[in-house]
Design a protein around this ligand. Structure first.
Ligand SMILES: Cc1ncc(COP(=O)(O)O)c(C=O)c1O
Length: 391
């Protein structure tokens, strides 16, 4: 590093004021919607729960609807109400209500509430009578996930109660659905068994007189790999954010989130220099270390302390030493770097940059957890927003 390099700084207007930013490309999300649609040719419920997997629920909702998705799916009633109150008129399903949830706002706003037991159905029906608005309901059957959904043994009585609630006018059952447990396995056997169980459940519901508009089963993996799961609607989350969920398969999905920060300090170290807490990494040669102002308090997993890499000036460099709450250190060796250089933490694998799936592999988790965990003090900016027309 020359003295001039030590003191010269890039123009400050070229550097954003925030130390770290999540840049969400809404066009990438639109293209992912279109890629899934090109494969399935089936209407789509875009899953925008958990703040759009960390990408921004409202911005993502606008993008997916403008790209042709017909429905939005969220977990909680509160998420659904935020969508409605932002002006979303598209159908919205929420699937985590219980008998103690305040359902009046959802029913009054025409949000479709999923029920997996008689008690929740009764609560929806009561809220409908109180608000004077017929509640839109979908029934969830457990076909092998053993997580949400009505157990098969309770399905008949749930269907019977739903028929009675339809008869008293408080409820209309617009859909029947279930969730896949093993669709990420390209071998179809387990998913075929769930599909068969779902078809039996749908037949049972029809035998009691229910006439749903829609039945749906597929998640992203089902949509991309198992055509027999498509039915009337595919319910996609991960694929819209560029996560490839099927083992060893690639469908041309693009990560939509880029995470960038910058070099805020440089230090030349000698062999034997220990770095960060507990000196878990010790330099074995003369090298330049740079400081990047993000850490686990912003959702950067500590597990990247060993095996994590970032890109500076187009070159990958390893994270060294323990990642702290607010800071991490990168070993750039003898490569030229300067204060203010951009540090790409997450980017495009096509450009040789790490993505959430790479981080997940290093840290032993899934990309969904990485993406929903990012945040803290990091800013978030959306690009290609203006083309959205749905909100
Ligand atoms: C009930 C339900 N349906 C659909 C999805 C979407 O699944 P995927 O993200 O695998 O597409 C999820 C989770 O994200 C879910 O919980």
């Amino acid at each position: 590093m020359t003295p001039a390099e030590r003191t010269s700084l890039p123009q400050s207007d070229a550097i954003p004021p925030e130390l770290a930013t999540r840049i969400v490309d809404l066009d990438a999300i639109r293209r992912n919607v279109q890629r899934v649609r090109a494969i399935t040719g089936t209407p789509m419920m875009a899953v925008v729960k958990a703040d759009g997997f960390g990408h921004g629920m409202l911005e993502v909702a606008d993008a997916v609807l403008s790209a042709g998705a017909e429905w939005l799916g969220v977990a909680t009633v509160d998420e659904a109400i935020v969508l409605r109150d932002a002006g979303v008129t598209a159908p919205v399903l929420c699937w985590l209500a219980d008998p103690w949830t305040d359902l009046h706002g959802a029913v009054a706003r025409g949000v479709t509430v999923s029920c997996a037991n008689r008690q929740t159905l009764r609560a929806v029906s009561t809220a409908a009578r109180a608000t004077g608005v017929q509640a839109l309901v979908q029934l969830e059957l457990d076909t092998g996930m053993s997580r949400g959904g009505s157990p098969t043994l309770d399905w008949d009585e749930l269907c019977v109660d739903a028929v009675m609630a339809e008869a008293d006018g408080s409820v209309r059952v617009t859909g029947l659905w279930s969730h896949l447990a093993l669709a990420a396995d390209p071998a179809p056997t387990a998913t075929e068994a769930q599909t068969a169980a779902f078809e039996r459940g749908v037949a049972t519901a029809r035998s009691y007189g229910l006439r749903p508009d829609l039945v749906h089963l597929a998640n992203s993996a089902g949509a991309l790999e198992h055509p027999h799961t498509w039915f009337d609607l595919v319910r996609c989350g991960a694929s819209l954010y560029g996560i490839e969920t099927v083992a060893d398969r690639r469908h041309g999905l693009e990560p939509a989130m880029r995470v960038v920060s910058r070099v805020i300090q440089l230090r030349r170290v000698a062999p034997g220099t220990g770095v960060s807490y507990n000196h878990a990494w010790v330099a074995d040669r003369h090298s330049t270390l740079v400081l990047v102002p993000v850490g686990y308090g912003d959702g950067i997993p500590r597990g990247l302390s060993h095996g994590g890499e970032v890109v500076i000036r187009g070159i990958r460099h390893p994270v060294v030493g323990a990642i702290s709450m607010d800071q991490l250190v990168v070993d750039v060796g003898d490569h030229p770097v300067a204060l203010g250089d951009e540090v790409v933490l997450l980017g495009s694998p096509a450009a040789g940059e790490p993505d959430a799936q790479e981080w997940a592999a290093v840290t032993g988790t899934i990309a969904h957890e990485i993406l929903t965990g990012l945040g803290g003090r990091m800013a978030r900016r959306h690009i290609n927003k203006e083309q959205g027309t749905a909100l």
